[in-house]
Unconditional design. Structure first.
Length: 115
């Protein structure tokens, strides 16, 4: 089982980034996929979730209207489009897969929002 995030980096406030998470080793289309983040000195928090077929999404209040989670089950990939980025969005972003009690994590990708 492997989840590999990419797309992080340094961006100015107000900018955009698109994170990707490529999955392998499990039946991706059967899993609920999420993005979490952990900022400096903070606990890991849930950012966004998308159901297995992609029909339902949920977001943390802090990112509603700015972030969009999506998935392509044909490519075994989940995305997080992040717009209007703020310094407080600075964190390591983690991809997460869950099916029942089974949970898998990626290694994380750093997002830094700074001028």
């Amino acid at each position: 089982v492997q989840l590999v995030e990419s797309g992080g980096g340094l961006v100015q406030p107000g900018g955009s980034l698109r994170l990707s998470c490529a999955a392998s080793g499990f039946t991706f289309s059967a899993y609920v996929m999420s993005w979490y983040r952990q900022g400096p000195g903070k606990e890991r928090e849930l950012v966004a979730t998308i159901t297995s077929a992609g029909g339902t999404t949920n977001y943390a209040d802090s990112v509603k209207g700015r972030f969009t989670i999506s998935r392509d089950n044909a490519k075994n990939t989940v995305y997080l489009q992040m717009n209007s980025l703020k310094p407080e969005d600075t964190a390591v972003y983690y991809c997460h897969a869950q099916r029942g009690s089974r949970r898998e994590w990626g290694q994380g990708t750093q997002v830094t929002v700074s001028s």
